[in-house]
Structures are given as structure tokens and as C-alpha cells.
Design a protein. Structure first.
Lengths: 112, 111
């Protein structure tokens, strides 16, 4: 079974721009969660989507948004990028009701 | 403030030595998971513990969930260089709920 895939793997953007990251979950997994990982703050939860609906949300500003499609693929968008948005963005998928999350390799975003 | 506190933050040991990583909280979790993350990659799930007092063994790794389900530990016996990585604990209040991660313990096993 293929794992979680994320595209692109690396991205360099300029302050003020916007960015869209993509995540394809493991086949059969309907829940997708997004996390931001930085050296200073560690892994922080952004939001979770289940069956195209946002089910949980972390404490991030409205510049961070996401969506999920009917095939469970998910995208997250960050508008008006700031230098502090530079991070590894991780996506994880889960079966319907399960504790166990399976992570993708992440997208490394650098904002200059 | 981290809801899950991991200690130590960094551990450097020689190959063959044992090590223990701790994960503590004042909150009760329905489950606790341990992940290992290598540079440039996403975390890889090692184990999930759900019952207070539960002990799980995975080859040289032993995981324990506290009786009150507020803390957990990871013990590695006879560490090898391949055990090097960032170890993360994560707790969930209920199945399907978001995970809260600890700050991580960076382990370096020198040959």
C-alpha cells in the first residue's frame, strides 16, 4: 500500500505571496491532518479534515486554510506569507476512527 | 506551554548503552503514541499504547504507559547508530481527535 505523499517537497517563496501544498493520503484513509514543524515550536496542529469537512482546528491565523476533496486528497493554503511561516509542513492520514496517524515526508517551505 | 513534556531534550550515548526517554503530562490521554523522525522526513509511528500500565516491546524498544495515562516512557536497550533520530511522543484525548505532540528528544548514538 502506498504511503502518504506530499507535493512539492521543497518550496521557496517571497514574503506576501501565497502557497498551496498538496497531500494524498493512504488509500482508504478518510482523515487528513496538517501540522507545522519548526525548531522553536516543534510540531503544531493546524487542522484536520474528514469526509471533506474540517473536524478540528488548531490555533493558527486565518491565513492558513485547507480543504479536502471527495477522493480524500487535501490541500492547504497559506496566504500573505511571512518569514515566520518557514517550516516543514507535514500531512498525516488516519483511518476513520483511529489513534494512529501516518505521516508524509513533508513540504519544506522557505519564505524569503 | 507544552501539554506533553519530553525529557531529556537531547541525549548522546555510545553504541551498546541503554537509554530512556520520558513523556509527562498533567492531562489524561486516551492513547499515547511514539514516533521517530529522521532529518528531512516525516515522523514514523513506532507504537500506540492505550491501556494504563500497558507495556509494549518492539525488539530492543520497550514502551510503557503510566497507570494514570498521564505519562509514558521509551527505553532502548543496547542502542545502535540506526536508533539515532528525533523521538516524539503524542497524545490523543479520544480516537479521531487531534494529536498533541511533545517537544521531542533528539537521540544520537555514536559508533
Amino acid at each position: 500500500k502506498a504511503g502518504v505523499t506530499q507535493t512539492p517537497r521543497y518550496l521557496i517563496k517571497t514574503r506576501g505571496q501565497q502557497v498551496t501544498l498538496s497531500c494524498s493520503p493512504i488509500s482508504g484513509h478518510r482523515s487528513v491532518s496538517w501540522y507545522q514543524q519548526t525548531p522553536g515550536q516543534g510540531l503544531q496542529f493546524l487542522f484536520e479534515y474528514f469526509s471533506e469537512t474540517q473536524r478540528n482546528k488548531g490555533n493558527f491565523p486565518g491565513r492558513f486554510s485547507g480543504r479536502q476533496f471527495s477522493n480524500s486528497r487535501s490541500e492547504m493554503n497559506v496566504s500573505t506569507l511571512e518569514l515566520g511561516d518557514s517550516a516543514l509542513y507535514l500531512c498525516a492520514s488516519t483511518r476513520d476512527i483511529s489513534y494512529e496517524q501516518y505521516f508524509g515526508p513533508g513540504t519544506r517551505l522557505t519564505v524569503t | 506551554t507544552q501539554l506533553l513534556e519530553q525529557s531529556p531534550q537531547f541525549l548522546s550515548i555510545q553504541e551498546g548503552e541503554n537509554l530512556t526517554v520520558y513523556c509527562n503530562s498533567s492531562s489524561v490521554f486516551s492513547s499515547l503514541q511514539w514516533y521517530r523522525q529522521e532529518p528531512g522526513e516525516g515522523p514514523v509511528l513506532l507504537v500506540t499504547v492505550v491501556t494504563g500500565g500497558e507495556v509494549k516491546k518492539l525488539k530492543r524498544l520497550t514502551f510503557q504507559f503510566g497507570d494514570a495515562r498521564k505519562d509514558s516512557s521509551l527505553h532502548i536497550t543496547a542502542a545502535q547508530p540506526g536508533d539515532t533520530g528525533l523521538y516524539l511522543c503524542a497524545g490523543a484525548r479520544a480516537a479521531g481527535n487531534k494529536l498533541t505532540f511533545g517537544g521531542g528528544t533528539r537521540v544520537l548514538v555514536k559508533p
